[in-house]
Design a protein around this ligand. Structure first.
Ligand code: FNR
Length: 334
């Protein structure tokens, strides 16, 4: 049976497939994210007598499995139902969907699916506009605000440059940036700083999450500025090439944060064994990006559900087989 990625590659226009699959520079960070998991090995524990429990409680709500839907842009490029299909699948599998600010369905309509949603934000230089967008997300019922911190500028992605992929096709737009007839483009600004996080804390009751942390000092700073959760991520290798693999960055960030707030990791999580490895190295949950897109492109809501189901089944079995306690002592580097 062909993989969902193979089906997506066949089905999508090349420029759109490349947008989803590709990354910055030589794409070494894209590859490293997966390769780093492949360098890790497990040393399971036996006879622990503990049944695996996949459910996880996080500041933005509970999920029945420690695999959350990462914020990814432009779902209608993958499937006509776009983010509605993804949200329905997340709701059916009882996990959290983090909706990208760059979603192609407005947050209010996605919320009508009943899914547990968190909203991902790129802080815009126009802070009044940013606050209006945050207000919309909160009013729609989003339970956490995920501030993406790894994007002071837009990464250079050779595939997109080669394909001339810049804008959404006619009829698709970033609906969360629409005000009346005007849809603003997303702006990236190197001037965004911790002060903006402080401001956001004042204007929303949603717990603040900082996504894209790669250095332990920044993890500590995020907690100091009131972050309720820290997301270790190199943006799936799409921003800065040559960033270390997310899973390799996790342990020192988990150490820096300690028990203060939960830490998640994303980038290259493809199997239940990856999920369990991440949990052993200090993550409370993981996010998955591209696998969700491939399921969506191949089979819409059903495909996303199938991806989440597979993660659930694999994680449950891997967790049982790795045993308890699930801590760093069960991970080996080879
Ligand atoms: C992303 N990612 C992302 N992150 C974010 O904070 N806001 C966004 O709008 C997007 N958009 C986006 C689009 C596409 C096509 C991809 C592949 C990724 C990054 C995403 O949240 C996550 O960090 C990575 O996708 C995780 O890596 P994997 O699972 O794709 O390897």
């Amino acid at each position: 049976m062909p993989s969902y990625e193979a089906i997506a590659r066949q089905r999508l226009p090349k420029a759109h497939y490349d947008y989803f699959a590709g990354g910055a520079g030589d794409e070494s960070a894209v590859h490293e994210n997966e390769a780093a998991f492949a360098r890790l090995r497990l040393a399971p524990r036996v006879l622990g007598g503990v049944a695996p429990d996949l459910a996880v409680t996080l500041p933005g709500g509970r999920a029945s499995l420690p695999v959350l839907v990462a914020p990814t842009a432009f779902h209608r490029l993958a499937h006509p139902d776009g983010e509605l299909a993804t949200a329905r699948a997340a709701a059916a599998e009882d996990t959290v969907m983090i909706v990208s600010m760059a979603s192609t369905i407005p947050i209010e309509a996605i919320a009508e699916t009943g899914a547990t949603l968190w909203f991902q934000l790129y802080v815009q230089p126009d802070m009044a506009f940013t606050e209006r967008v945050v207000g919309r997300a909160e009013k729609a019922g989003c339970r956490a605000l995920v501030v993406t911190a790894d994007s002071p500028v837009f990464g250079i992605r050779p595939r997109d440059l080669h394909n001339g992929f810049r804008d959404l096709p006619e009829g698709l737009a970033c609906e969360n940036l629409r005000e009346g007839d005007v849809v603003r483009p997303i702006e990236f600004s190197p001037e965004i700083s911790w002060a903006h996080l402080d401001r956001l804390r004042e204007v929303t009751d949603m717990p603040l999450v900082v996504k894209g942390v790669t250095h332990p000092d920044d993890a500590r700073t995020a907690v100091g500025h009131g972050a309720a959760m820290v997301m270790v991520s190199n943006h799936g290798g799409r921003q800065l090439d040559r960033v270390a693999a997310a899973i390799d960055l996790l342990p020192e960030i988990a150490d820096a944060v300690g028990a203060a707030v939960p830490v998640t990791v994303d980038g290259g999580v493809r199997r239940g064994t990856d999920v369990v490895t991440a949990l052993a190295l200090g993550a409370r949950a993981v996010l998955v990006g591209r696998p969700i897109i491939w399921g969506l492109a191949a089979e819409g809501e059903r495909g996303v559900r199938e991806v989440l189901r597979r993660f659930r089944a694999e994680t449950e079995v891997a967790m049982a087989l790795v045993g308890a306690p699930l801590d760093r002592s069960v991970v080996r580097r080879c």
